[in-house]
Design a protein around this ligand. Structure first.
Ligand SMILES: Cc1cc2nc3c(=O)[nH]c(=O)nc-3n(C[C@H](O)[C@H](O)[C@H](O)COP(=O)(O)OP(=O)(O)OC[C@H]3O[C@@H](n4cnc5c(N)ncnc54)[C@H](O)[C@@H]3O)c2cc1C
Length: 457
């Protein structure tokens, strides 16, 4: 480890803060992390912040920070199977059905508490300073005054209010969905799991899109149960699904809501869902809430005028439909680390805003647009109505569509339906209209024949 004689303070030991801390420590900075919880409490007393799946590219940022990205350790995810229904109430048509491999990379879903625990141990073993303290704005003022660079990585809430909202990049005044997340055991990852959706079986995530909201299953590594599955549901504001999500009070009631949702809307996946069971050893295996997608300015100032930098969810929070939040945090941390290593002078306003602007234009703008398309925001619904049928018709484009979860930048070329068609042609080599002409509604989806070896209790 080389010394740069420069000090970095990081407030918040979520997965972004602690991963950045390891990176800066490895690069020779003198690093102090301030966390409102001790290591044991971070592991035991709180839920995971989200499913935090990393898709391809962001795993390279974890590597650049010097932390293990869990490839080869968490259940392997090689693609997504997607199904779309349309209609109101229980009267719906089974419309789109396609299964796509990711284009040349794998995804992994790892419990954020496990990542934090491992990375905090790594940080401490390398000589990092860890202070358990709930940092308030006054304390932040003195910390920022005593360090060359201070990051605030306290999540969506925490100290995020210190950073003004970038209104031009934050079009929503409220969350676009209510979300319900629950992690469960009892279902493996073999070829027999979700076999009705994909020959890859339990190596593919399973996505269902409906007019009321969306449901998603993904292989997961849980801190206590090990290989497991996460369910993530999104409910349209004001919908019946939202009422159900809000009724959840614990893991068992979350599990029941998920089972009922599949009984009524997604019965093709029901045998798999019925074989899952609550992870009893973790009372925090679920979360329910909503995220307002917001982009903040990274540069903030404390009462005495010291500079602080927003990092991770404190800087940008996304609706999780395209799994961008955790990935964005790692990418931002790696970009700031690379820029800091190459910078000799003061970390002044110009350096902070310049580094952040590059991050916004190289990642955040595209990640937000891809998220809006997947949310079927009315402004972009026309693009989705071309992109999804093309994905269902042409496997190459299906792969490219889910490739956006790793690298969303191709969406920046889309400003019209014609642009969307050009992207389809660019990927497939075939005229988009001729691909779309081949599209036929799915009719009736194949149903699961899955039989659990041992029925769930
Ligand atoms: C349902 C759901 C699903 C998701 N799925 C995905 C996905 O598949 N892929 C993906 O990339 N992203 C996903 N995300 C987003 C992802 O989970 C988050 O972006 C990421 O975990 C945020 O990490 P963070 O470290 O920035 O913030 P946090 O995890 O919120 O960490 C903040 C830390 O700061 C500490 N803290 C707060 N205030 C203070 C204070 N005043 N002083 C000291 N410490 C403080 C907290 O205790 C906490 O430990 C999902 C989010 C949700 C809600």
């Amino acid at each position: 480890m080389t010394s740069t004689n420069r000090s970095v303070a990081i407030i918040g030991a979520g997965q972004t803060g602690i991963s950045a801390a390891v990176g800066f420590l490895n690069a020779g900075f003198d690093v102090t992390v301030y966390s409102e919880r001790d290591q044991q409490s971070l592991f035991r007393d709180i839920p995971a912040t989200g499913t935090a799946v990393t898709f391809g590219l962001s795993q390279q940022s974890e590597t650049a920070l010097g932390v293990d990205n869990f490839l080869g350790r968490a259940p392997q995810v090689t693609g997504i199977s997607a199904r779309t229904i349309t209609g109101s109430g229980h009267d719906y048509a089974e419309l789109l059905d396609f299964d796509a491999d990711f284009p040349g990379w794998e995804a992994v879903g790892v419990d954020t508490r496990l990542k934090v625990d491992e990375r905090l141990t790594q940080f401490l073993e390398k000589g990092g300073r860890f202070i358990v303290e709930n940092v308030d704005p006054d304390r932040l003022d003195s910390i920022a005054g005593a360090n060359d660079l201070t990051f605030v990585a306290t999540g969506k809430a925490g100290l995020s209010g210190l950073f003004s909202v970038d209104e031009s990049r934050s079009p929503y005044q409220s969350p676009q969905r209510s979300v319900l997340l629950v992690t469960v055991a009892g279902l493996g990852h073999g070829d027999d799991v979700f076999a009705h959706r994909s020959p890859a079986g339990g190596k593919h995530q399973a996505f269902n899109f409906a007019d009321h909201g969306e449901g998603w299953w993904g292989p997961y590594l849980h801190k206590d149960a090990g290989p497991s599955w996460s369910f993530l549901g999104w409910a349209q504001p004001g919908s019946e699904w939202e009422r159900r999500f809000r009724s959840v009070t614990d893991a068992h009631s979350a599990h029941k809501v998920v089972i009922d949702l599949h009984r009524e809307y997604f019965d093709w996946d029901l045998p798999e869902v019925l074989s899952t069971r609550v992870i009893e050893e973790d009372p925090h295996s679920w979360i329910q809430g909503a995220v307002r997608p917001v982009v903040r300015k990274a540069l903030g100032h404390t009462a005495s005028g010291h500079r602080v930098v927003a990092l991770g969810d404190t800087a940008v929070s996304y609706d999780p439909i395209t799994g961008q939040g955790a990935q964005s945090g790692f990418i931002q941390a790696a970009q700031f680390l690379a820029a800091a290593k190459n910078h000799d002078g003061e970390f002044d306003d110009a350096w902070i805003t310049g580094t952040y602007d590059k991050f916004l234009t190289s990642r955040v703008d595209a990640a937000n647009l891809a998220t809006r398309i997947f949310l079927r925001d009315p402004l972009f619904a026309e693009y989705a109505s071309v992109l999804f049928p093309a994905a269902a018709t042409d496997p190459k484009f299906g792969s490219a569509l889910f490739g956006l979860l790793s690298d969303p930048s191709p969406v920046l070329s889309i400003n019209s339906v014609d642009d969307a068609k050009s992207l389809i042609k660019q990927v497939t080599g075939e005229d988009a209209n001729s691909i779309l002409a081949k599209f036929a509604p799915a009719g009736r989806f194949s149903r699961s024949q899955y039989k659990a070896l041992e029925p769930a209790v």
